[in-house]
Design a protein around this ligand. Structure first.
Ligand code: CTP
Length: 443
């Protein structure tokens, strides 16, 4: 029962806190709690687990608060929770399908349970019953919620709610101690009147206080993230070089790797600017996106944004050439020349790397042969800090869901095995963060 909130308890609240039982947050003034900064929840993907108990209705309020603070919320109910509040209520409040069963075939066709476990950036169980706490402590995975917890790497917070004798029982206390040693945040319970007319520790922490703690944890995690406060500029996707108003030269890049890099950088705490060529992808929440079409437009946007960037990652498949002249009108069959005259586009990456006050520069290399030789040559010629090289071909690298990368830098290399692009992007961001930190600290 020694959970200590690290939230900033301002003014009179701090005074109250000093006098309060250290485990209890029920002395919080609701208005002061409502004032708390929920900024950290913006764009976060939160999985809310609800287990059975009379306090399950308060999870509705929590869902609303998390969403109001800008979080995306998905709810998983235990079978017992669904007896207290219907999945439909949570569906309406979260705006997302709600799951209550591991064996729901229709739901598995949508976002499968393992995908849901990966989707979550944070899991909170409120209320957490004695039964769920026991299952978590012992690694059970015999229903949807416990399976999700076991299958996810996201940090877990639980807000227990139960009868005070169940809470005080040595079995529950031992389970709580086990979870605490695993880094699970135990929020509450509060001391006060309980449902059965009794009183004692066992009340669910107020939803607004739970939201405030989660927001604080998110803010701290971001600030302490590997790229906390670092400004990352990423270009992504193809460029289109117009021949006339209906025709263009382009390439098969989907932009997925660049967008996955933006998401991974955001997850690591970075401030991200994403310069995107013509792609059909939604913006990773929290990234500032600038849409462009041609290489020249991309160059202009990147060069302007690079002034403010600590790291530049060039994932874009910039067209090397453009037609010497783009026709203002659609070319008619008879008008087309036999040959299309091309001129070279600016090399955006090389230009940023050549600047006096340059950011840490990461390039990509798409190669069909002699991977290492070509990549190292580009690393040196374009004066890059790191190059990520991949083999491209009909079913490799470009416009695919997964990829493998060879990283090269002066004095090192690393192979990132074939993986889905989001996973690969996280591994690459991790390496970039390490190399960037050692460069910045002059190691
Ligand atoms: N790049 C760029 N501007 C260009 C061409 C490429 O910024 N006009 C960047 C890409 O975003 C990538 C890196 O340069 O990070 C290497 O791209 P790649 O097409 O592999 O190499 P090129 O320099 O175009 O050389 P080549 O096509 O001869 O292999």
């Amino acid at each position: 029962m020694a959970w200590k909130p690290s939230i900033d308890l301002r003014g009179p609240l701090r005074q109250r806190r000093a006098n309060a039982n250290p485990v209890s947050l029920h002395h919080f003034l609701p208005s002061a709690v409502a004032d708390m900064d929920l900024q950290g929840l913006q764009h976060r993907r939160i999985l809310l687990g609800v287990s059975g108990g009379i306090a399950a209705y308060k999870a509705c309020e929590l869902t609303r608060r998390l969403r109001e603070a800008g979080a995306e919320v998905r709810v998983a109910l235990t079978a017992n929770a669904a007896r207290f509040v219907t999945p439909l209520t949570f569906q309406a409040l979260s705006g997302q399908p709600v799951r209550a069963d591991l064996w729901d075939e229709a739901a598995e066709m949508g976002m499968g349970h393992l995908e849901l476990a990966r989707w979550a950036q944070r899991i909170v169980i409120a209320p957490a019953s004695a039964d769920v706490i026991a299952k978590l402590a012992h690694g059970f995975a015999d229903d949807l919620l416990t399976t999700l917890c076991l299958a996810s790497e996201a940090p877990l917070a639980i807000a227990p709610a139960m009868n005070h004798r169940m809470w005080r029982h040595p079995a529950t206390q031992a389970n709580i101690a086990t979870l605490r040693t695993r880094g699970v945040a135990i929020l509450g319970p509060e001391d006060g009147p309980l449902a059965e007319g009794e009183s004692g520790p066992g009340r669910l922490m107020e939803p607004q206080a739970i939201a405030a703690v989660l927001a604080q944890q998110e803010s701290t995690a971001r600030a302490n993230g590997r790229l906390g406060g670092v400004r990352v500029l990423i270009d992504a996707g193809p460029t289109y070089e117009d021949i006339d108003p209906v025709r263009f030269l382009g390439n098969r890049s989907s932009g997925r790797m660049g967008f996955a890099m933006a998401q991974a950088a955001l997850d690591a705490g970075a401030q991200v600017t994403l310069v995107a060529g013509p792609v059909h992808l939604s913006t990773p929440p929290g990234a500032a996106r600038i849409d462009v079409r041609s290489a020249r437009e991309m160059r202009e946007a990147v060069v302007a944004a690079a002034v403010e960037a600590d790291i530049f990652i060039a994932t874009a498949a910039v067209a090397d050439w453009r037609p010497q002249q783009a026709s203002a009108h659609k070319l008619k069959k008879g008008q087309a020349a036999d040959t299309l005259s091309l001129i070279e586009n600016p090399d955006i990456l090389a230009e940023v790397a050549a600047r006096a006050n340059r950011p840490f520069v990461v390039g990509f290399a798409a190669e069909t042969k002699d991977l290492e030789r070509n990549a190292r040559e580009k690393l040196a010629r374009k004066k890059l800090d790191v190059i990520a090289a991949n083999e491209v071909g009909a079913d490799r690298g470009i416009d695919t869901d997964d990829n493998a990368l060879h990283l090269y830098w002066n004095g090192g290399q690393q192979m990132l095995a074939r993986a889905p692009k989001p996973q690969l992007a996280s591994a690459l961001i991790d390496r970039i963060a390490t190399l960037y930190a050692s460069r910045r600290d002059g190691r």
